[in-house]
Design a protein around this ligand. Structure first.
Ligand code: EPZ
Length: 422
């Protein structure tokens, strides 16, 4: 299992080019299943999760391949509608193939995604919406078996989600594009990745209005054609690297990204004392002194994103004062806390609230990554600690941060990947 050996302390400063968003690439790849002619997707990040989903789609007999950051897909040779547990269990967003398979082919058998470290991650809203569209859904032996009503087409309907769900919104928008009639979806997620998906579907011939709002209307069409599209920049990768500047009186320029994608995060960075400057496709964070404390409540977009909670907590650990974090989206997203405390932080958790008493600096220690975004918070903390820190189970970080060592090295971090053979 690979580890990172990080020798601090570094001032995190330099330029880094941001990759396409993992959380946009995954639904966009799933949506390619809808197209009757070939589709080309650019700016696709080289990540473990992307490789897993491509393997899953190829397993259906679909011709899909990635050359560099471009994925081409031709669905003509599809010969099954099955998503096996051994792949789905490693990448729970695989559930996003359910919507396109059901919508276009009228049937699908997709393994239920397991939970993960940060929560049980149910998909009840996805299934409830598909049933409202006339699908017969059964769950047998850990698999969701779904069949469209007689005639093989889902039926447009009015449906509102019980809570804001990014994946649920994505799965149902995809399915509604080929339904008979019109679907009106309420309480939709507003995340930039949902907007990116809707925009690609429109480029494929879908009829969608209300994009970027909480009520979306999708008028079903007979068929969708391929298109050429480019994945939106990764706002979480952007925020993760900018956070390093705030922790080390640093100066980080992120390129090929947009401030519009992470306004709530940039506002908090300014509250913590950073000078943020932006252009059409870049964001710069400069930090002169020690970070100021901050209060964070994670919310669906346009609130503060849960995917940046761990990274901003790492900044607050060395702030001049006490910060509070309330995690409203997932039931167990504080697993980075004991690891940050091993690095010298002073954090107390009480249910969904974490109270962080700022300390002068982190101290080097061996720690363990527990989930994707927690990993990056530990990397940044170790980079600011005097001495050597060993971070275990860094396969988590490979799921969501493309070319992470080289990007960190370009920002001045002394990092080495160690392959342990166990
Ligand atoms: C997406 O997960 C992202 N993943 C997550 O990013 C992100 O944290 C999350 O949205 C919230 O923004 C991808 O896009 C691949 P949800 P998703 O459905 O779609 C509950 C990362 O680090 N819920 O919006 O799975 C659920 O349990 C990852 O990149 C139900 O109860 O999130 C959670 O508490 C982590 N029933 C809340 O809603 C459902 O049917 C939000 O989940 C669906 C969700």
């Amino acid at each position: 299992m690979d580890q990172f050996l990080i020798t601090g302390s570094s001032r995190i400063a330099g330029e880094v080019t941001i990759s396409g968003a993992k959380n946009a690439a995954l639904p966009l790849l799933a949506a390619m299943i809808l197209a009757e002619t070939s589709t080309t997707l650019h700016n696709v990040p080289s990540l473990q999760d992307v490789r897993t989903l491509i393997k899953l789609i190829a397993g259906m007999g679909i011709k899909i391949e990635k050359q560099g950051d471009t994925v081409t897909c031709d669905t003509k040779s599809i010969d099954n509608f099955y998503a096996p547990y051994d792949l789905v269990k490693t990448m729970r967003a695989s559930i996003l193939v359910l919507g396109p398979l059901l919508a276009r082919f009228g049937e699908a058998e997709v393994s239920l995604p397991g939970g993960c470290a940060i929560g049980s991650r149910p998909v009840d809203q996805h299934l409830k919406a598909f049933e409202a569209m006339g699908a017969e859904i059964s769950v047998e032996n850990g698999y969701v078996k779904a069949k469209a009503p007689k005639g093989g087409k889902l039926i447009g309907c009015k449906f509102s989600f019980d809570m804001v769900t990014v994946g649920g919104t994505e799965n149902v928008i995809i399915a509604a594009t080929l339904a008979k009639g019109t679907t009106v979806l309420g309480n939709c997620a507003l995340e930039p990745e949902v907007v990116d998906l809707a925009n690609m579907l429109v480029a494929m011939g879908a009829k969608i209005s209300g994009i970027g709002t909480s009520i979306m209307t999708i008028e079903g069409v007979e068929r969708l054609h391929g298109c050429e599209y480019s994945v939106v920049a990764d706002r979480v990768e952007t925020g993760s690297y900018l956070a390093g500047a705030l922790m080390t009186r640093g100066d980080v320029l992120t390129k090929k990204t947009s401030a519009l994608l992470l306004t709530p995060v940039l506002e908090k960075f300014e509250d913590m004392g950073a000078v943020i400057t932006t252009g059409d496709d870049w964001i710069r964070a400069q930090m002169k002194g020690r970070p100021l404390p901050v209060d964070i409540r994670t919310q669906p977009h346009p609130g503060f994103p849960t995917d940046m909670q761990a990274q901003v907590m790492a900044i607050s650990c060395i702030a001049d004062g006490t910060s509070t974090f309330i995690e409203n989206i997932f039931e167990n997203r504080f697993m980075h806390v004991p690891e940050l405390n091993r690095l010298g932080a002073s954090i107390q958790v009480d249910g969904h609230t974490a109270v962080v008493k700022g300390v002068e600096s982190f101290t080097a220690a061996p720690v363990m990554a527990t989930d994707l975004r927690a990993s990056m918070s530990l990397v940044m903390a170790a980079a600011t600690a005097e001495g050597e820190s060993l971070i275990d189970r860094i396969y988590h970080i490979d799921r969501g941060y493309e070319d992470v060592e080289n990007k960190l090295r370009s920002l001045g971090v002394n990092i080495e990947r160690i392959n342990t053979n166990d």
